[in-house]
Design a protein around this ligand. Structure first.
Ligand SMILES: Nc1ncnc2c1ncn2[C@@H]1O[C@H](COP(=O)(O)OP(=O)(O)O)[C@@H](O)[C@H]1O
Ligand SMILES: [Mg+2]
Length: 223
C-alpha cells in the first residue's frame, strides 16, 4: 500500500490588516493511494485552505508535507508545476474558465501545458470519454459565459480530470448541480478510482455523497 500523502500541519495563519486567524491547528492526514476521502465541516473550517495546501498551491504554513514520497519543501518549482499539471487534478471553487476560449479549448488546456513526452497519446480518447461521461458534448463550442452555472461547473470538472491525475482534489464539485448531473460526476469520480486507482479527495456538504467515500474527515472551525 503506497502512502501518497503524508501531511502534518502545525498551523496555517491568514493575516489581514485587522486580524489574524489560525486554522488547521495540529492537523494530520495520511492517505494511501486509491483511497476515497470526503472532507466535511462548516463553512470557514478550512476545507478549501486544506485542498490548496494538498495541491501545492499554498506552501505558506508551518508543518511538513510529503507527497508521492517526496518532502515537498525540497521540490523545485519546475517539479511542482509538472505535478500540478499531470499528477494532481484540481476542481476548485475558484477554478475559472477562460472566457475567450470555447468550453472544448478550456477542457483541453492542460494538454497544452504538458511536457512533450506526455503529449499526444490518448488525448483524443480521453477527451471523448470524459465529455461523454459528463454529458457536455452539446456545450463544447460555446463560450463559458454562454453556459449556465451548472454547465460551467461540469466543464471545470472535465478540465480537472482530463490528465488522469493520480490525485483529484474536488472542492464541492456537485454544489451547483441537479440530481442527475451530481450522480454523473460522482459516478465518474468513483469509476476513475476503480479503473486507475485514482485517489479522490472531495469536499462536500452532501452527507449522502460523503458517506460513499472510504473515510469522512470532519474539520472543526478553530475557536
Ligand atoms: N486569503 C485569505 N485571507 C484571509 N483569510 C482567509 C483567506 N482564505 C481563507 N481565509 C479564512 O480562513 C478560514 C478558512 O477558510 P476556508 O479554507 O475557505 O474554509 P472552508 O472552505 O471550510 O469554508 C475562514 O475563516 C476564511 O475567512
Ligand atoms: Mg471552501
Amino acid at each position: 500500500m503506497t502512502k501518497i500523502i503524508d501531511l502534518s500541519v502545525k498551523e496555517k495563519i491568514y493575516k489581514s490588516k485587522k486580524a489574524q486567524i489560525s486554522i488547521l491547528n495540529d492537523f494530520r492526514l495520511e492517505v494511501t493511494a486509491g483511497e476515497k476521502i470526503a472532507i466535511v465541516g462548516e463553512s470557514g473550517a478550512g476545507k478549501s485552505s486544506l485542498l490548496n495546501i494538498m495541491g501545492l498551491l499554498d506552501r505558506n504554513y508551518s508543518g511538513e508535507y510529503t507527497l508521492f514520497g517526496s518532502p515537498t519543501d525540497q521540490l523545485h518549482t519546475s517539479q511542482l508545476a509538472q505535478w500540478r499539471n499531470q499528477r494532481i487534478g484540481f476542481v476548485l471553487q475558484e477554478s475559472a474558465l477562460i472566457n475567450s476560449l470555447t468550453v472544448e479549448d478550456n477542457i483541453k488546456l492542460p494538454f497544452l501545458y504538458a511536457s512533450p513526452d506526455k503529449k499526444g497519446a490518448g488525448e483524443i480518447e480521453d477527451f471523448d470519454t470524459v465529455v461523454s461521461a459528463i454529458g457536455i458534448r452539446y456545450i463544447l463550442k460555446k463560450k463559458p459565459l454562454e453556459c449556465s452555472g451548472g454547465e460551467r461547473a461540469r466543464a471545470v470538472f472535465a478540465r480537472g480530470i482530463i490528465m488522469k491525475p493520480q490525485i483529484i482534489l474536488a472542492d464541492e464539485p456537485t454544489a451547483s448541480l441537479d440530481v442527475e448531473n451530481r450522480e454523473r460526476i460522482v459516478t465518474l469520480l468513483f469509476s476513475m478510482n476503480k479503473e486507475f486507482n485514482t485517489t479522490i479527495i472531495t469536499v462536500t456538504h452532501d452527507l449522502e455523497i460523503a458517506n460513499r467515500h472510504n473515510r469522512v474527515i470532519r474539520l472543526e472551525r478553530s475557536k
